[in-house]
Design a protein around this ligand. Sequence first.
Ligand SMILES: [Zn+2]
Ligand SMILES: [Zn+2]
Length: 117
Amino acid sequence: MALGVESACINHLSIEATHRCKQCGKPVCGACVVPAPTGNFCSEHCRDSYQQFAERAEELERNAPKPKRMWRFRRFILRLTIVVAVVALVVVLATYMGFDVPIVGEFVKQILIAGSD
Ligand SMILES: [Zn+2]
Ligand SMILES: [Zn+2]
């Protein structure tokens, strides 16, 4: 697998590298590469470092707020905004057409009176 590494293996200067360490980025040849389920590494040290990093990242992700929940919350706010807007529109229309809307109607009337000046 050519990765466009274009440099020699860090351990064999005469052999062209075929892999690049996922952790430190050093070029290694097929004989030196340390393959792992998480990727290819130049050494076991790098593999373990990356594994720790991956586990840490996973842990952070687990502790982060769930995006699904966030989306639900946003949808709730959106619905709430629509309901409030519709209710407000109905109240304004009702007041404008002469209906007596309790509490809010008085407030809307004030606005309509102020606007008609
Ligand atoms: Zn490495
Ligand atoms: Zn090598």
